[in-house]
Design a protein around this ligand. Structure first.
Ligand code: SAM
Length: 231
């Protein structure tokens, strides 16, 4: 499979074409299995008011985690995002293959509405840092509480778009220049753009054609910008 590409296909089908133990780092933000859709936009037909694909498919996540283990090189790391609602499911599935090193708490600058009278606002998401073998981090040791602001709503091109600096931290902590970074759920292409900015290679999949198109455009612009700054 050609690297420095994302493919518009189901990640499980695509991963079958990736060799065993060929990936240096996985940074991935799968569907959280919560049938999430934003509800704050006035335009109810807005694309963000549709749930993302497979947000109700735990079997996909189980298969994905198994494939992630297969394609990752020994003594390498994976970061996998999830949230409060299904953390027990994600942890159980990850533990079948990986060593869980941290459950990082990503503190955001906003919180959910939810049940306003019986539940406090949820202000964090979770990121599992897991190892195949033992993957030493690079640079200084940080704690498991990370503070990164969400992308402002008017700047989002995907309803689950993660902050670029947050993904870059994962990449810098667990890979080196020239390494190959994988994400099977590319969304708007954040993992690929972070990899390009940090001079890593990337590979990934996005099943939703519209999201794939937006991600491809964003990735192309990043590659062009990097070329411009190199010469
Ligand atoms: C949580 S979002 C990722 C957002 C991404 N981190 C970003 O910053 O834009 C998950 C993505 O996985 C995609 N997806 C769902 N099922 C998939 C599958 N089987 N294969 C590939 N992509 C899939 C969805 O369309 C969605 O864009």
């Amino acid at each position: 499979m050609q690297i420095n590409q994302i493919y518009n296909m189901d990640c499980i089908k695509g991963m079958k074409k990736i060799d065993d133990e060929s990936i240096d780092l996985i940074v991935t933000d799968p569907p959280y299995l919560i049938e999430y859709k934003t509800n704050y936009r006035k335009d109810k037909k807005h694309e963000f008011n549709h749930t993302i694909l497979n947000d109700n498919n735990p079997e996909l996540i189980s298969k994905y985690i198994k494939e992630c283990y297969r394609i990752l090189k020994p003594n390498k790391a994976m970061y996998m995002f999830c949230n409060f609602d299904n953390v027990d499911f994600f942890k159980k599935e990850l533990e079948k293959y990986f060593k869980i090193k941290n459950m990082i708490v990503w503190v955001k600058n906003n919180w959910t509405a939810g049940d306003l009278e019986a539940q406090f606002g949820k202000q964090y998401e979770l990121i599992f840092l897991v190892n195949k073998g033992r993957a030493k981090f690079f640079g200084s040791r940080v704690t498991d509480v990370w503070h990164f602001n969400r992308i402002p709503a008017d700047k989002l091109i995907h309803q689950n778009q993660e902050p670029l600096d947050l993904i870059k931290r994962c990449i810098l902590k667990h890979s080196q220049v020239g390494d190959l970074v994988f994400d099977g759920f590319m969304g708007s292409g954040t993992t690929a753009v972070a990899a390009i900015d940090e001079k890593r290679n990337f590979l990934g999949f996005e099943l939703d054609y519209e999201k794939y198109e937006k991600a491809s455009k964003r990735i192309k612009e990043s590659l062009e910008f990097q070329q411009l700054t190199l010469f």
